[in-house]
Write a protein that binds this ligand. Structure first.
Ligand code: PEP
Ligand code: MN
Length: 350
């Protein structure tokens, strides 16, 4: 199984922080020095930026790698950046970058991931893989496996949400079931949450980070800048190193090792619950639509609405699946009995 010991050591949660993009040597150094006392272990900065549309700031390029080397020398922080092709990998290895990550748009492309994996053959550098922009756990897992096949011993995953189809309070919807499915399939992998790219704004950060830690994730990647509003990319979601210290102190209290959360954080975390509830409502609505279709079929074929055997089978299956997910059997039985009653009502109306 994959060892992530070097990456995570004793740090829990593992904190990766730094700007979305390296902009200037001064900016990179100033942020790094301020992060030294925040509990950050790994300094992040994008050198090559995958912008959704052309004409935006596309990163300073290889020149910025020297700045990251300087961060390492002066602060002792390990440094990380995003790689999207073999040239990026070569340049990073040449400059002693400690941790590489693969961005969400790259994870979605197996050719690009394979090219990176081939270049990393025989190299012992930790690589973190962001989830793809689309909700495909297998594509995420596939990228991880390509790296493992190339001999990378320390592979981890970063949950950064997926592009929403319509309007959403999030820049990228968290789809919590995606990282939780990965965690079930690969409990040995280091799993980091990136609340910055999920939120897209400062206000939602803490609630997402707290939810991630409550769900057992191992760390956080948070975009941090000395002057967030003036950042050359992702300005709305970056926070100052001072704000990071406050946020991390709240995380500690949320995990029971300090004082209680304040009201703003509680309401922030409740927005995660609201989002999950909205998804539950959507799913229930789809379930009832499908039930009504089945009701049509039963009517056309002269079948009874209630099929006792089928229902008993479903209930047993759901209760046993729920038990594996830490859900109380009595609760799940009641819930499904109520869902079933509503399905029968719908089918009787057909
Ligand atoms: C980033 O971390 O700055 C980034 C571009 O993230 P993502 O690949 O998740 O969009
Ligand atoms: Mn960013």
């Amino acid at each position: 199984m994959t060892s992530v010991s070097k990456l995570s050591s004793q740090e829990h949660p593992l904190i990766i922080a730094g700007p979305c993009s390296a902009e200037t040597e001064e900016q990179v150094m100033a942020i790094a020095h301020q992060l030294k006392t925040t509990g950050t272990s790994i300094y992040r900065a994008g050198i090559w930026k995958p912008r959704t549309r052309p004409g935006m700031f596309e990163g300073v390029g290889a020149e910025g790698l020297k700045w990251l080397q300087r961060v390492k020398e002066e602060t002792g922080l390990r440094v990380a950046t995003e790689v999207a092709n073999k040239d990026h990998v070569k340049a990073c290895l040449k400059h002693g970058i400690d941790v590489l990550w693969i961005g969400a748009r790259t994870t979605a492309n197996p050719f690009a991931v394979q090219e990176i994996a081939d270049e990393l053959q025989g190299v012992d550098v930790p690589v973190l893989v962001k989830n793809p922009v689309n909700p495909d756990v297998n594509l995420w897992l596939g990228a991880i496996e390509r790296l493992e096949k190339a001999g990378i011993k320390q592979v981890g995953a970063i949950h950064r949400g997926i592009s929403p189809l319509g309007k959403s309070v999030y820049r990228n919807n968290p789809e919590w079931n995606m990282p939780m499915t990965l965690k079930e399939l690969r409990p040995d992998l280091l799993l980091i949450n990136d609340p910055s790219h999920i939120a897209g704004n400062r206000q939602l950060l803490a609630g997402i980070a707290e939810t991630a830690l409550a769900l057992g994730m191992d760390g956080l990647m948070i975009e941090t800048h000395t002057n967030p509003d003036a950042a050359w990319s992702d300005a709305a979601q970056q926070i100052t190193p001072q704000a990071l210290t406050v946020l991390l102190a709240k995380m500690k209290s949320a995990t029971g090792t300090g004082t209680v959360m304040d009201t703003a954080d509680l309401s922030n975390m409740r927005s995660s619950i609201d989002y999950i509830d909205e998804q539950l409502i959507d799913l229930l609505s789809y379930r009832m639509q499908v039930a009504a279709e089945i009701g049509q079929y039963k009517k056309q074929h002269g079948m009874a609405v209630v099929q006792e055997e089928r229902w008993a089978e479903l209930l047993t299956k759901n209760v046993s699946q729920a038990a594996g997910r830490n859900l109380d059997g009595e609760f799940v039985t009641q819930l499904f009995n109520s869902i079933h009653r509503e399905s029968v009502n719908r089918q009787n109306l057909v």
